[in-house]
Design a protein. Structure first.
Ligand SMILES: [Zn+2]
Ligand SMILES: [Zn+2]
Length: 150
């Protein structure tokens, strides 16, 4: 499967493009540069979907995304929300919310070069278990960022 809603287009900035894959490499992706700074999400859905917490996310334009591989599966974890993962190895790859239809989030840990993206804050701390208390000095928000970034 090659999913490229923008096939033939040129919205992917080659110099800034990011690439990544799941653990088993059955699914690979390529996408354009970040739309916003990356974040750590401590919400219950991310914790359950990943089996741990927090989960690092970065956001890109959905139209810039190309998937390579045929193992992508979709789980609708909430109304209007789609989480996609590799059906072979289980790696969580993306989060999409119909309230931000032109954007998509990718898991930070799936990047080929994870050091290219650094989260700047923590969101949904209201959901975080007692053992999930970051001490990195970054801003911590009870829910979403106070600015309409996500
Ligand atoms: Zn996989
Ligand atoms: Zn979350």
């Amino acid at each position: 499967m090659r999913q490229s809603p923008n096939a033939g287009g040129s919205s992917v900035d080659t110099a800034a493009a990011l690439t990544g894959r799941c653990l088993c490499a059955a699914m690979r992706y390529r996408c354009a540069a970040l739309l916003y700074p990356a974040t750590w999400c401590h919400c219950e859905s991310c914790r359950r979907a990943s089996g741990t917490a927090p989960v690092g996310w970065f956001t890109v334009a959905r139209a810039s995304v190309e998937f390579h591989g045929d193992a992508l599966r979709t789980h609708r974890s909430s109304p209007g929300v789609e989480r996609r993962f590799c059906s072979v190895c289980g790696t969580p790859l993306t989060y999409w919310n119909e309230q931000r239809p032109t954007e998509i989030d990718f898991t930070l840990g799936s990047l080929d070069e994870p050091d290219r993206v650094t989260p700047v804050d923590h969101i949904w701390m209201a959901d975080a278990p007692e053992w999930d208390r970051p001490a990195d000095g970054l801003p911590q928000h009870a829910g979403l960022r106070p600015t309409p970034l996500r």
